[in-house]
Design a protein around this ligand. Structure first.
Ligand SMILES: [Ca+2]
Ligand SMILES: [Ca+2]
Length: 366
């Protein structure tokens, strides 16, 4: 990228070059003339044969002199013929590459005003092993094995879950169908009620989530993307770290009216909470509520990771009938509220604990 200061500097360099070329031209001309005069004075007074040789040599030097003048002229014209450098050179914004963007970079999506955070490319460990279960004091399920390394390309992910207000933009635009139910666990009026505009949309199927993200110019996150946004290169157990010790997410705390509340914790909400309500629970890239509030549809079918088979199959249906859900919700027990926990639902099912967020490829415009 050129700046105006750099343009002035280049102009000065061009002037210096022209001055040096002129000086060189004059110097060489004077030297050539001096050579001719010296030659004539050295050979004056010799015999006729010698005069004939001298004439021949004089011609030869004359031709050399003319060739020299021609060469200097070409050089000078090349120098003088260089196009002038404009004083106002326009700035050309560089196109960022995936490596130049850093975690914490954001962009705003025009369709719904969603802030997207950049997740740089990297590698992490997806899944869990028995040692993780022992360390956390939780059960590790069949579909979390084996713990394995995964490489992820750079991409964008929504900073928060999609809100009721955002989903309504798509509905009003005629692209999205209405949620299957307008209530929440404890609220008869939820979707469409201004009091809950910035709460996560719920009661939407996988198909409805796909339709929304498509309308917004995005897509659902793939499982490795979601997991990398939550765990980061250090493969953390929770978005904020490795210890679940403070109310950093909305899960089934003491106020939860399900069968498995955690009496030791008060996160302030027995039902959904406004999106982004726990900034201290942000993941390494600044994504909020990856853990808790509402389950989030992933793009992928629910499959076992390669290298593992069901030891205790949970039902008789094919695992590939289901789509993945990640992150837990307001109704999730703390033992399941982990970044590696994998839930699954049929794609046309919906619940008052299920929502979603979108992701987007990082595209280099070259
Ligand atoms: Ca809660
Ligand atoms: Ca969530």
């Amino acid at each position: 990228m050129y700046t105006q200061d750099q343009g002035k500097s280049l102009k000065l360099n061009a002037k210096t070059q022209r001055r040096k070329a002129t000086e060189q031209f004059l110097y060489l001309t004077l030297r050539a003339l001096a050579s001719l005069r010296l030659f004539q004075s050295e050979h004056s007074g010799h015999n006729a044969g010698m005069h004939s040789t001298m004439k021949s040599r004089n011609k030869k030097y004359l031709w050399l002199f003319l060739l020299l003048l021609l060469g200097i002229g070409v050089c000078a014209s090349t120098t003088y013929g260089a196009p002038p450098i404009p004083s106002n050179i326009p700035s050309i914004a560089p196109t960022p590459t995936a490596k130049e963007l850093i975690q914490g970079t954001t962009q705003t999506r025009s369709a719904d005003g969603m802030i997207m955070v950049y997740v740089p490319p990297g590698e992490f460990l997806m899944g869990s092993d028995e040692a993780d279960g022992t360390k956390l004091g939780v059960r590790i399920y069949d579909n979390e094995f084996p713990k394995h390394e995964v490489a992820v390309s750079g991409f964008w992910i929504d900073q928060t879950e999609i809100t009721n207000a955002q989903y309504d933009l798509c509905f009003q635009d005629g692209h999205c169908s209405a949620p299957k139910d307008f209530s929440s666990r404890r609220r008869d009026s939820y979707y469409g009620d201004p009091a809950f505009a910035d709460y996560p949309v719920i009661n939407v199927t996988w198909y409805q989530a796909v339709a929304y993200c498509t309308w917004a110019g995005a897509r659902l996150p793939k499982e490795p993307e979601w997991a990398f946004a939550a765990r980061g290169p250090d493969s953390l157990y929770y978005p904020w770290g490795n210890v679940f010790d403070t109310p950093l997410a909305n899960y089934c705390d003491a106020s939860c009216d399900m069968s498995h509340p955690d009496p030791s914790m008060d996160d302030g909400f027995p039902d959904t909470s406004p999106v982004g309500n726990y900034p201290a629970g942000a993941s390494w890239v600044g994504a909020l509520d990856l853990l808790g509030n509402v389950w989030e549809w992933n793009w992928d079918w629910h499959k076992l990771y390669e290298g593992h088979e069901w030891l205790e199959h949970p039902n008789n249906q094919s695992q590939e009938d289901y789509r993945l859900l990640r992150g837990g919700s307001w109704d999730t027990t703390w033992g399941h509220a982990r970044s590696s926990f994998r839930n699954w639902y049929l794609p046309d099912q919906y619940e008052n604990s299920i929502g979603f967020r979108c992701a987007q490829d990082f595209i280099i415009n070259e």
